[in-house]
Design a protein around this ligand. Structure first.
Ligand code: 0X9
Ligand code: ZN
Length: 301
């Protein structure tokens, strides 16, 4: 069991996934796909009740430690897929690979030391941590990045320096029939597609825009929350070396960064602090957006 009235530590999330694996052995497997810098297990859950050849949807979350609402929404998606029998068709027709916490060292640190920590926990000389979402090997070090280890957007000593990023890329290489990737972040109420490294249009941009618009429409129908959709470098800012650019380049798959809604604070960093009573509404309103993405990318009605 898992609650959406408060945020959950990595231990609680791991326990929940293990519990799902033992209660639903026919449809769920939980796998350690690597170790973090501080040697925490990197955990993913596979959910599927159909053919191995079914289309696969990949969701990762919490590559940025402080973006707790993304962890909750991703855990909610897992709960609905596994425990809500209304959505059985989604797992009969699609194989799901979901990583609720890609940066567990940073995530743990936000609970114990510094609520607004973003990066990994690799020790530096002056400052610690690498922005794992600038560490992917495609236009690494390009626009929207920094070589200053104290910067928010620090790229790391080299591309793929972070074990979390290496482990994630290895998971991606092994997925067959990947039709959609969502990288869950906060904040901004946005559905972003490539490129992050350039303002040039990506090749499937019409399709990416159309699926994004359909998802935002479905989300807005719940409580009126408006997610805007568009190319990430134009709507938000440059971010070379991010996971979505890399997956688009290596796999050609439809791939998005989802920026979930902000908390109510008016400072730039307050947006990352979502009050616990907002967790469930944000999860529930995002769910129809996920359904829309799933139906369209896997072509089911
Ligand atoms: O900077 C990032 O990595 C993402 N935003 S966040 O506030 N969650 O850190 C955005 C990545 C998406 N790509 C671009 N903005 N280009
Ligand atoms: Zn983020």
């Amino acid at each position: 069991e898992i609650s959406f009235t408060e945020f959950q530590t990595y231990t609680v999330i791991q326990d929940y996934l293990q519990q799902l694996a033992s209660s639903y052995p026919d449809i769920v497997t939980v796998e350690e796909f690597g170790r973090s810098f501080e040697d925490r297990p990197l955990i993913l859950i596979r959910i599927g009740a159909g053919a191995e050849s079914n289309p696969t949807i990949l969701i990762d979350s919490t590559i940025h430690a402080m973006e707790w609402i993304s962890t909750s929404v991703t855990t909610y998606i897992i709960q609905q897929l596994v425990e809500n029998s209304d959505y059985r068709y989604l797992i009969e027709n699609i194989n799901w690979v979901i990583i609720p916490v890609l940066n567990p060292d940073g995530y743990e640190y936000t609970f114990t030391q510094e609520r607004l920590w973003r990066k990994t926990r690799r020790p530096g000389t002056l400052c610690d941590g690498v922005d794992a979402n600038r560490n992917f090997p495609y236009h690494w070090g390009g626009n929207g990045t920094s070589t200053d280890e104290c910067n928010f957007y620090y790229i790391g000593p080299h591309a793929l320096s972070e074990p979390e990023v290496v482990a994630f890329t290895n998971v991606v290489y092994k997925i067959n029939n990947l039709v959609l990737h969502l990288s869950m972040h906060s904040y901004g109420s946005m559905i972003l597609f490539p490129w992050g490294w350039t303002t040039e249009l990506v090749s499937r941009s019409d399709e990416l825009q159309q699926l994004g618009d359909a998802a935002s429409k479905a989300i807005a129908a719940v409580n009126g929350t408006v997610y805007i959709t568009g190319p990430s470098s134009q709507l938000l800012y440059y971010a070379a070396g991010n996971s979505v650019d890399w997956i688009t380049y290596t796999r050609g798959t439809l791939s998005y960064t989802v920026e979930l809604p902000a908390g109510p604070g008016d400072g730039v960093l307050d947006g990352f602090i979502v009050p616990p009573e907002k967790i469930l509404p944000i999860c529930q309103e995002f769910w129809p957006g996920l359904l829309s993405f799933a139906h369209q990318s896997a072509k089911i009605d």
